[in-house]
Ligand binder design. Structure first.
Ligand code: RAM
Length: 486
C-alpha cells in the first residue's frame, strides 16, 4: 500500500447528493400470506423508509414480513429459497423484519438498488391488517449535474437515458461496478465509466480518486489488483487479473488527455509502466502463455473462452497507450513502441489464420469475437483489414460476447475500422434489447439468445445496474450525435 496515494484518494472522497423519491402506495390492508409490490417508477440507489399503520383492532402482536428489493421486474417473483449459485446468497436484496410498533416508520440501514419492493406478510395477528401508508428512497449519487438524454431519434434518446441513469446510480463514493452487487471499484468497469463520465457528468475528481485508490493499493511488486474494497477501510482484493492491471494505463491516459492534469499523470506514470513490466513475465518470447497458464484474465464472462489471443491484444493496446502517455509527458517512448511492434508481429504469426482471415486462440485454435475484437483494438492491422475481420466474424459461429463490457469493445473496434453504421446498428440492437425487456438501467450480463444467462449459476444475483454497460452515452455523444454517420 502506498500511503501518500491513499491520502490523496481520501481527500477526493465526494459528498453524495441525496434526493428523496416517494412511491405510489395504493395497497389494500394485508393479512397473513398477503403480498404487495411498491413501485418507485424508476431505478434508485439509497436508503429506504416504509410507513406502516393498521386496520382493525389494536395490533396485539408484531407483523413479521419479508421485504424483497428488486432492480428489475423479473426479480419480483423469483424464488430465492432454492438459490444454488456459486457466489454468496447474501447478495440477494431481501430482509426478514419484525415490525413491533404499529403505526411506525421502518428505516432500513442497508443501502439498496431498487425500483420495486415486494412485501410478503409472513405472520400477523388475525385481529388487525397491515397497511402501508408510504415508502421513500433517499437516493444518492456523486453525479452533480443533470444531463439531458440525446440521440438522433427517440430510440437512441431512450437508450441514452437508461445509460445515463446506469452511470449516475453507479457513481457513489467511488465508481461502483453495480450498486446491488459487488458495490465496489473494479478496473475494467472504471475505465468505461470514466469514458462515459467525461462526456456526461464530468466528475473528474471521482476518476482521479479511483486512480489513486488503485495505485495506492498496489502490492510490493507494484501490481495493481483487479478491485479495491473501500469499506470499512481501503484494502486491495487478493485477486489480480492480467487485463485489469494493464487497463490502468489507458484509464490514466484518458484522464490526462481529458483533464490535462499533468501532475497526476507524472505521479502515476511509474505505477502504469510497472504493469507492463509485470505483464511481460507472462510471455514466452513475444507470445503470451496459453489461457490455462495465464492466471485470471477477464475479457468477458463467457466461461469457455480461450483468452491467449485477446489478452495479447489487451497487452499491445495498453503498451501503445503507455508509449503515448510517455510521449505526451516528454519521456522517451521508443522502447515501448519497439516492444509493441514485436508483440504485434508475433501475434500475427501465432494467431492469424490466413485461410479463415481471422484470429484464432489457444492450442485448439478457438474462434471468438473476443480475440478478433482485441486484436483490432490493438491495431495490429490497418483499418481496412480490421474492417474485413469484423465483418467476416458475423458469418462464422465464433463465440459471441455475452456482456455489455465486451460489446463496448466490439462497438469501439467497428468504429475504429470505419464501420460506424454497423457499430450503431449493433449498439442500438443490443442495448435496445434490454430497453425492450424493461430496463431502467443497463445490466451486467445480457445474452439475447439466453435470457437466463448468469456467470454465477443463477440470475438471482445478476446485477441490473452495471457500470460497464453505461457506454452508449459515450458512443452517442462522441460518434453518433445528430444523424452523422461517421
Ligand atoms: C464482475 C464484477 C465486475 C467485473 C468483474 C470482473 O463480478 O461485477 O463488474 O469487473 O466481474
Amino acid at each position: 500500500m502506498i500511503k501518500k496515494f491513499l491520502i490523496k484518494a481520501k481527500a477526493l472522497r465526494p459528498k453524495l447528493n441525496t434526493t428523496t423519491h416517494f412511491a405510489e402506495c395504493s395497497v389494500a390492508p394485508m393479512g397473513a400470506g398477503d403480498s404487495a409490490v411498491i413501485d418507485f417508477g424508476t431505478h434508485l440507489v439509497g436508503k429506504v423508509k416504509i410507513k406502516f399503520s393498521y386496520d382493525g383492532s389494536p395490533p396485539d402482536a408484531p407483523a413479521f414480513i419479508r421485504l424483497k428489493f428488486c432492480e428489475h421486474i423479473s426479480e419480483i417473483d423469483e424464488d430465492t429459497s432454492d438459490y444454488r449459485g456459486w457466489i454468496s446468497k447474501s447478495w440477494i436484496q431481501e430482509e426478514y423484519v419484525h415490525v413491533d410498533d404499529i403505526p411506525s416508520e421502518l428505516k432500513l440501514n442497508r443501502r439498496y438498488a431498487v425500483r420495486y419492493i415486494k412485501i410478503d406478510v409472513i405472520s400477523i395477528s388475525s385481529k388487525y391488517r397491515l397497511k402501508i401508508d408510504g415508502a421513500s428512497v433517499d437516493a444518492s449519487t456523486s453525479a452533480e449535474k443533470t444531463v439531458e438524454p440525446c440521440g438522433e431519434n427517440a430510440r437512441a434518446a431512450k437508450i441514452d437515458e437508461v445509460a445515463l441513469r446506469t452511470l449516475k446510480n453507479c457513481m457513489q463514493c467511488e465508481f461502483e461496478d453495480g450498486p446491488k452487487r459487488d458495490r465496489r471499484l473494479w478496473m475494467g468497469d472504471l475505465r468505461l465509466q470514466a469514458l462515459a463520465n467525461y462526456k456526461t457528468y464530468k466528475n473528474y475528481d471521482l476518476v482521479k480518486r479511483c486512480l489513486y485508490l488503485f495505485a495506492g493499493v498496489s502490492d510490493k511488486n507494484g501490481n495493481i489488483p483487479a478491485c479495491v474494497f473501500t469499506r470499512p477501510r481501503v484494502i486491495p482484493d487478493d485477486t489480480t487479473m492480467f487485463d485489469y492491471s494493464l487497463l490502468f494505463i489507458p484509464t490514466l491516459l484518458d484522464y490526462f488527455t481529458e483533464t490535462g492534469d499533468k501532475a497526476t499523470a507524472i505521479e502515476l506514470l511509474p505505477t502504469a509502466l510497472r504493469q507492463i513490466e509485470i505483464a511481460k513475465e507472462s510471455f514466452d518470447g513475444d507470445v503470451l502463455r496459453d489461457s490455462d497458464k495465464l492466471g485470471w484474465c477477464f475479457i468477458d464472462w463467457s466461461l469457455e473462452l480461450n483468452k491467449q489471443c485477446s489478452a495479447q491484444g489487451v497487452y499491445i493496446f495498453c503498451e501503445k497507450c503507455a508509449a503515448k502517455l510517455c510521449e505526451l509527458l516528454g519521456k522517451d517512448a521508443s522502447a515501448l513502441y519497439d516492444d509493441a511492434k514485436k508483440k504485434t508481429d508475433a501475434a500475427i504469426s501465432a494467431f492469424f489464420d490466413d485461410k479463415l482471415g481471422l484470429f484464432a486462440s489457444g492450442k485448439d485454435r478457438q474462434l471468438s469475437y473476443a480475440s478478433n475484437i482485441w486484436m483490432c483494438i490493438a491495431g495490429v492491422f490497418g483499418k481496412e483489414k480490421c474492417r474485413d475481420i469484423l465483418l467476416r466474424l458475423e458469418k462464422t459461429d465464433a463465440i459471441r460476447p455475452v456482456t455489455p463490457y465486451l460489446y463496448h469493445h466490439y462497438i469501439q473496434a467497428l468504429i475504429d475500422a470505419g464501420e460506424s453504421v454497423r457499430a450503431k446498428e449493433i449498439m442500438y440492437g443490443y442495448w435496445g434489447g434490454m430497453v425492450d425487456a424493461g430496463a431502467d438501467t443497463f445490466w451486467e450480463l445480457y445474452d439475447p439468445e439466453n435470457p437466463d444467462a448468469s456467470p454465477y449459476g443463477s440470475r438471482t444475483v445478476n446485477s441490473y445496474c452495471h457500470a460497464w454497460s453505461c457506454t452508449p452515452s459515450y458512443f452517442i455523444r462522441k460518434y453518433f450525435s445528430g444523424d452523422k454517420n461517421d
